[in-house]
Write a protein that binds this ligand. Sequence first.
Ligand SMILES: [Zn+2]
Length: 298
Amino acid sequence: MPHMGEANAPKQTASRNELVVLGSAGGPTPKPGRRPVSHALVVDQNISLVDCGNGTISQFVSAGLDLGSLRRILITHHHIDHVADVAMFLHLAWSQLRAPVEVIGPPPVARLFELHYEAFDFDIQSRMNDEGRRHLREFVRVHEITGPEIFDDGSVTVTAAMVEHPPVEFAFGYRIDQAGRSVCFSGDTRPSESLSTLARGCDLLIHETTYLTNATDYLSAERATLVLPRMRSVHSDPKGAGQVAAAAGVSGLLLSPVGTFGPASDEEILAEAAAEFTGEVWVGRDFLRIPLPQPGEK
Ligand SMILES: [Zn+2]
């Protein structure tokens, strides 16, 4: 039934200024209990989405967020757990979009959208013909970045900095400054000085983490020799994330997404970061909501 469902548009929830975890799973293989990476920043009823793994739009709607309030999607890099649904999200949200959504990310994000328009031309054309919609591309404004960049629209400043996630050439962290709040997202990275510089003094740093402490209990000796050095060179363990948060002087640290090799409690993960960083620390869980401070209140 291709044309039903618009009547069930999500209800707008009371506006709160908060960070909402939509997906907190590190790595591409689906896992029970955690969905792929996505975080929503809600400030003054404007929503910025950072990363858009598979299933993000369902998480977004389930969290009670309003599709029409989405202003931008920032893509940190092109690993599938971060980018799978970026075009599909906007295609499915199309009927609810009131203005173009800014999409910022490294190449080939523009090509990804062009290929999506081509692959799903049947649906796009049929909705244009049957429902009088304007083409989906008119609701999407893509900005490709290949280096540090600042986007300032007068009320929101988005700062992109390159992080270290080898061998990915274009991996970005983002800082959003809006209405007196500042929130920074690491994307996937090993502990990076450019990220601690970007996050300087932020209210909240969302930093990826890969818990390695018990990894050898769940990997063969041979696999551990291969996998663990690589993990340490491309990701951050909780201690490394805590050190970046301390160097940046942020107020709070959210460890998300979270990767593990075996069962690990949130307390175990949190303790390693808290040994390095004295501010408040959370471990990412889908639908965790962290209220942002009032401007000036830290
Ligand atoms: Zn990655």
